[in-house]
Write a protein that binds this ligand. Structure first.
Ligand code: ZN
Length: 287
């Protein structure tokens, strides 16, 4: 059925103070959004992610949400991208996908999402003669997108080829001044820590990432364990019982990586009964 407003021309006339103006019809915006969204390659498990449904339980999550929103507001004039780092399930990928969708919706951004491991596999597959695509076919949209989300960087097995390939992506986007959002489970500790960005990605990439991105550490409960919308009781229970909670990890005396989180403790505030999570600043249930 053709659009009742524009008869599928994509243009409509509106009356602005008695003057007839021709503007894009809503159906055109909708079609354009859907087509850009399709090209963005967002995995199905993240298609529900919006800035408006991001659950922020801690100060660092609220700060990360503010920064994500600001990047969309400023887009496409973005001086620096974002690098979200922190443990599993704290919302890094949710925020990255959500800001990307918002930039597509509000700014018509040509954006693309890649899980780093998938991207490297696609590039590697092009070396196989059975595959027709060239390395450049795979990398072009990654290098040229207005906005790139590179998810879970550093999860892949370390090798000089990986470092070189990621270095190419990072350096090209840096020199072309294109906005990139990274997420990683790695920490920013020194290069003796096997889980550090310095060791896993190399000092050169780390230094470039520092130049091109604001680094945003996100702390919070693992929503894969506590569910998508935990109450503060759920979070308190998780904090007490999950082996992955900062409290229990500290107790298990894991390697230096968890030292910073060892201070995380839970105590019930007497005044309002809300749980005080003692993240580096954050209170469950507060708005
Ligand atoms: Zn229309």
């Amino acid at each position: 059925m053709p659009c009742p407003i524009c008869d599928d021309t994509g243009w409509k006339t509106t009356d602005v103070n008695g003057v007839e103006r021709v503007t894009r019809c809503e159906c055109w915006h909708q079609r354009s959004f859907e087509s850009l969204l399709k090209q963005a390659r967002i995995p199905r498990r993240y298609t529900h992610c919006e800035l408006s449904n991001f659950d922020a339980h801690t100060d660092s999550q609220r700060d990360a949400l503010r920064r994500a929103t600001r990047l969309v507001d400023q887009f496409p004039v973005v001086e620096r991208g974002l690098l979200f780092y922190g443990d599993n399930g704290v919302g890094k990928t949710h925020l990255a996908v959500a800001l990307m969708k918002e930039a597509i919706r509000r700014k018509g951004a040509r954006a693309v999402f890649f899980e780093t491991r998938d991207l490297l596999k696609l590039v590697r597959d092009t070396y196989n003669n059975q595959v027709e695509a060239t390395e450049l076919d795979v990398l072009r949209p990654v290098l040229e997108a207005d906005l790139l989300v590179l998810d879970d960087i550093g999860a892949e097995k370390k090798s000089s080829w990986v470092e070189e390939t990621l270095g190419l992506v990072v350096n090209t986007r840096y020199s072309e001044r294109r906005a990139t959002v990274f997420t990683t489970n790695l920490s920013d500790s020194d290069n003796t820590d096997p889980n550090s960005i310095a060791l896993q990605l190399g000092l050169r990439i780390r230094s470039r990432l520092k130049e091109m991105c604001d680094w945003v550490r996100i702390d919070g409960p693992d929503t894969r364990e506590v569910g998508p919308h935990p109450s503060h009781q759920d979070i308190a229970r998780w904090q007490e019982s999950s082996p992955a909670s900062p409290k229990n990890r500290a107790r298990a005396a894991l390697p230096p990586r968890s030292a910073g989180q060892a201070r995380a403790q839970l105590k019930t505030r007497e005044q309002d009964g809300k749980a005080d999570l003692k993240w580096p600043g954050g209170r469950a249930g507060s708005q």
